[in-house]
Ligand binder design. Structure first.
Ligand code: AMP
Length: 426
């Protein structure tokens, strides 16, 4: 036998047993976003490399170290998207969407060449939600309210909200100088990355994942202490709406997020339950980005939620998502039944639209088919053999409880199945 081919490191299959969690999150999010007037958009996974260089920033971990960038056959530089905001902005500008559609969301895989560990992968999935064309703090707050609702509907209680303001681009430019002045005095304590960033992009020193840099970074001056008047007012309004809506939060002056495009509001939902990868969702405002990638000046704000981390949390909390396991496993025994059960299955599907039914009309033995039924996790097996065909009945066997096998007419069977489904028994 040849060697088995394994998946690429850091890129995971999502097995059928995990899919219920994913669907539960996706279905709930879709419903909540519909209710807040959002429209879905789907973009390609591959974009021109320049899009990410210009939006995320040249001197960021993502662009410097984490992008999957490759020349295509013509030699154009392409990149697997490391996040969705830049692609969504590109799509909106290209199709002139933002005058008409201001609230957009998408979901799908993102790619970053990071060191894989629990909760940190090279292909991971995000739910991405953005609002275009609204400058005020009320819409930043609304995004946070959407997330609070989502957590509630998913049965999640232990997520904590941290907020901060990064001020205007002018404030950031001034703060950059403050940081340079500060870190200059501690040059010998800076690691290689941070030394380089001192001249290229000092704000990104604050994202350093190097534990030896933590203490120095902690003692650096804080941007929030230098906020311009307008950003301060914006931040106050955000806090007020959250308080009025009974959403608890803490202000974390160290929250800077790893991308260059943020202005004013930034926020993160964090948990202590997932070890070192505790950020479940992050977002903020990026009023300058659209102009930067060729559109007309449009304020914007949004968030990205990490699906893998949320799935992990649901499992930790033993949330039971709805499953898509078949209600009924229909077994044909004998040659005559093998050609007739499909017609019966179609009749059942016509009569009971919500029914999930697996047909087993193969050539396996009766014993093997019963074992298949058991492994399918379906609560009910239906058995059709020569006797049942002759009498126009079906044998019904409950697989998850002890009860006698019953023999029912098709009409009675349909009533039984309808009753079980309506009672939410399965
Ligand atoms: P970011 O775009 O870095 O702000 O990430 C937004 C969210 O995506 C984070 O809060 C995480 O939940 C998730 N996330 C980011 N990077 C990864 C990764 N490498 N693996 C798994 N989830 C990730």
């Amino acid at each position: 036998m040849s060697d088995k081919i394994q998946a690429v490191r850091g890129m995971n299959d999502i097995p059928p047993s995990e899919i219920p969690y994913w669907r539960f999150i996706e279905d709930t999010a879709r419903r909540v976003l519909d209710a807040y007037g959002f429209r879905e958009i789907r973009m390609p996974i591959v974009e021109k490399t320049d899009l990410f260089r210009r939006s995320i920033g040249e001197v960021t971990d993502i662009v410097e170290k984490e992008m999957y960038t490759f020349p295509d056959r013509r030699g154009d530089s392409l990149t697997l998207r490391p996040e969705a905001t830049a692609s969504m902005v590109r799509a909106g500008v290209q199709h002139n969407l933002f005058d008409r559609v201001r609230r957009l969301w998408c979901t799908g895989p993102m790619f970053r060449y990071e060191r894989p560990q629990k909760g940190r992968y090279r292909q991971f999935h995000q739910l991405d939600v953005e609002v275009f064309g609204v400058p005020g703090a009320e819409v930043d707050a609304e995004l946070i309210l959407i997330l609070s609702r989502l957590w509630r509907e998913l049965g999640m209680q232990n997520l904590a909200l941290e907020i901060n303001s990064l001020g205007s681009k002018e404030t950031q430019a001034r703060y950059r100088q403050t940081l340079v002045d500060f870190f200059q005095d501690y040059r010998e304590q800076l690691d290689e990355d941070s030394t380089r960033r001192l001249t290229t992009n000092p704000l990104r020193i604050l994202d350093s994942k190097n534990p030896e840099m933590r203490q120095l970074i902690e003692s650096a001056p804080k941007l929030i202490e230098q906020l311009d008047a307008e950003s301060l007012e914006h931040f106050e309004m955000l806090k007020q709406i959250l308080s009025n809506s009974a959403v608890p939060f803490t202000v974390n002056p160290r929250l800077v997020r790893g991308l260059d495009y943020y202005t004013r509001t930034v926020f993160e939902w964090v948990t202590t339950e997932l070890g070192s990868q505790g950020a479940v969702c992050g977002g903020g405002r990026y009023d300058g980005l659209i102009e930067e990638i060729g559109g007309k000046a449009t304020p914007a704000t949004g968030f990205a939620l990490g699906m893998e981390r949320l799935v992990e949390l649901l499992k930790l909390h033993e949330v039971q998502p709805p499953t898509a396991v078949s209600h009924v496993y229909l077994i044909a025994l004998g040659e005559a039944a093998r050609t007739r059960v499909h017609a019966l299955a179609e009749r059942l599907r016509d009569g009971i639209p919500d029914l999930r039914l697996t047909v087993d009309a193969g050539s396996d033995s009766a014993k093997k088919k019963m074992r298949n039924a058991d492994r399918s996790e379906a609560p009910l097996a239906l058995i059709v053999g020569d006797d049942e065909i002759a009498n126009e009945t079906v044998s019904v066997k409950h697989l998850r409880e002890t009860s006698d096998q019953q023999n029912l007419s098709i009409e009675k069977l349909i009533n039984l199945l309808k009753h079980q489904l309506a009672a939410g028994a399965w």
